[in-house]
Design a protein around this ligand. Structure first.
Ligand code: FAD
Ligand code: NAD
Length: 479
């Protein structure tokens, strides 16, 4: 291609998920000339920005969690308020239509944001070539070479498959497939009791499916504080989620009338037959077709693009952000990385605080945490204190008929700094924001204790937990 015909930019971002699109917008806000390339196609064959998060992850899953939770509450909880609902019914097609509408509005919103920020939005495939050049393949197959001062790789991740149980898109599906069911499966198998397994297992359980979850590890929710994990397990069991721990899938027999999953656990060989199976055993970084010859970009042994703390790859002006690099695979972590790189490229100061990344599991009760678990603090050898407050003792939670769970604050004994906050209960994902802000400012429990919280709110539970760390809680006996 003659140099005069090569379109040139300050920044080209490959991938328009929650890591890539904020990077493109921030770089444009900083006065740079930016293009963003994305190849995501939905089941109907149309291109859409927003990546996994908007099209097949965070947003559609939360839409179905909300619908199914409302049905469940009308069915099982309204009577406690003296409300009777007879002839209660749901229609999966309407739920799915509502979900699709929310996804469409969100993805079209990104097109609008790109336009407003002056980002050139390109739909199709992007491939990094040596010398900061990018090969762009448009929908019609035509290829064009672009050049940029900086290239940001934000290609995301893809579901991992089980060798013994490959996806067939009908009976054996990934998380995206499980968000698209047109009817409630009678018996649903879920492989992996991680975040996806629990959220999507909850959706279909609430709508009436018999749900069996097979988890390879002996420990339930190993990444969470174990007091939270125990509380969660108790509630999920009550809801009818049949979670089988230490279950290693050894094979499967897929027939038209059902899938028989064979697994071994502490008691030996087991089998369970279901109608559909969701495999949710984690995600892998996605770099297929992303890197040409001689780019200098390196992958680690697990396939993640190698970067430093500033998300620089070490190869020329090439950066990488989001699920395709180390760290938790979370939309907000990717967003902050994208924004940081959009600022760093423009010569501004920016950093991501990896010590204060919140995690939320959108089950009922909801689970949220930031910082270290009690087990991690114990292992670190630092002296610590713990304050815990049950929602049972919160007036607002009782008024909401949502008294399950607790808030737990872990702090250093020496200087009172908050080391971790763990919440299981109503609106945990919203409540955790206060703890994230506190940790961002290296707050002590005393800082939280001296902060006024409105009454009656759920946030008082976090306040009381902070007081409890010094045995000064008012609304709960200090132990
Ligand atoms: P992605 O969102 O995967 O986006 C990458 C984009 O790049 C895609 O559009 C892809 O098509 C495109 N692309 C890749 N390679 C190329 C190429 N060579 N050329 C052009 N385009 C390319 N996280 C949360 O924080 N909260 C949640 O509630 C949550 N729920 C989830 C629920 C489910 C069911 C799933 C599957 C995930 C969920 N996640 C959640 C995780 C979240 O979706 C990811 O962490 C997030 O999407 C990662 O963002 P990303 O931009 O790095 O990658
Ligand atoms: P995960 O890592 O959360 O859970 C996978 C689970 O599968 C683990 O418990 C693991 O022990 C188990 N497992 C692995 N191999 C197995 C096997 N062969 N048999 C049985 N069990 C097996 O992964 P996920 O649930 O697939 O989610 C993928 C990513 O998406 C996660 O990183 C998560 O952070 C992100 N996500 C986040 C949210 C949220 O923030 N609310 C929601 C959904 C997904």
């Amino acid at each position: 291609v003659p140099m005069s015909e090569v379109a040139s930019y300050d920044v080209i971002v490959i991938g328009a998920g929650p890591a890539g699109y904020p990077c493109a917008i921030r770089a444009a806000q900083n006065g740079l000339k930016v293009a963003c390339i994305d190849e995501w196609k939905n089941y109907d064959g149309t291109y859409a920005f927003g990546g996994t998060c908007l099209n097949a992850g965070c947003i559609p899953s939360k839409a179905l969690l909300e619908s199914s939770e409302l049905y469940h509450r009308a069915h099982s909880e309204f009577s406690a308020h003296g409300i009777s609902a007879t002839g209660l019914a749901f229609d999966v097609a309407t739920m799915q239509k509502r979900k699709a509408g929310i996804v469409k509005a969100s993805t079209q919103g990104i097109t609008g944001l790109f336009k407003a920020a002056g980002v050139t939005a390109l739909q199709g495939h992007g491939k990094l070539l040596a010398g900061n050049r990018v090969e762009y393949t448009a929908a019609d197959g035509s290829k064009q070479e672009l050049v940029a001062k900086h290239v940001v790789l934000a290609s995301g991740s893809q579901p991992m498959a089980l060798k013994t149980l490959p996806f067939d898109g009908k009976q054996v599906v990934d998380s995206w497939g499980a968000l698209e069911f047109g009817a409630v499966p009678k018996r649903l198998g879920v492989i992996g009791a991680g975040v996806i397994g629990l959220e999507l297992g909850s959706v279909w359980r609430r709508l009436g499916a018999e749900v069996v979850v097979l988890e390879a590890m002996e420990q339930f929710l190993a990444m969470t504080d174990q007091a939270v994990a125990r509380e969660a397990q108790k509630h999920f069991k009550k809801q009818g989620l049949d979670i089988r721990l230490g279950a290693k899938v050894s094979g499967a027999d897929v027939r038209k009338d059902g899938v028989t999953l064979k697994y071994t656990d502490a008691r030996g060989e087991q089998a369970v037959t279901v109608d559909k199976v969701v495999v949710a055993i984690g995600r892998r970084p996605f770099t297929d077709g992303l890197l040409g010859e001689g780019t200098g970009v390196k992958l680690d042994e697990r396939g993640f693009i190698q970067v430093d703390d500033e998300c620089h790859t070490g190869a020329g002006n090439v950066w990488a952000v989001g699920d395709v690099v180390r760290g938790p695979m979370l939309a907000h972590k990717g967003k902050e990385e994208g924004v940081m790189v959009g600022d760093l490229i423009a010569g501004l100061h920016s950093e991501v605080n990896y010590q204060a990344v919140p995690s939320v599991i959108y089950t009922a009760p909801e689970i949220a945490w930031v910082g270290q678990t009690e087990e991690q603090v114990k292992t670190s050898g630092r002296d610590y204190k713990v304050g815990s407050f049950p929602f049972m003792a919160s007036g607002r939670a009782r008024a909401m008929e949502a008294p399950a769970g607790f808030c737990k604050v872990i702090a250093a004994k020496d200087d009172d700094e908050i080391l971790g906050v763990h919440i299981i209960g109503p609106m945990a994902g919203e409540l955790i924001a206060e703890a994230v802000l506190a940790m961002e400012y290296s707050a002590s429990t005393e800082d939280l204790q001296r902060t006024m919280h409105a009454h009656p709110t759920l946030s008082e539970a976090l306040h009381e937990a902070a007081l409890g760390a010094d045995k000064r809680a008012i609304d709960f006996p200090n132990r």
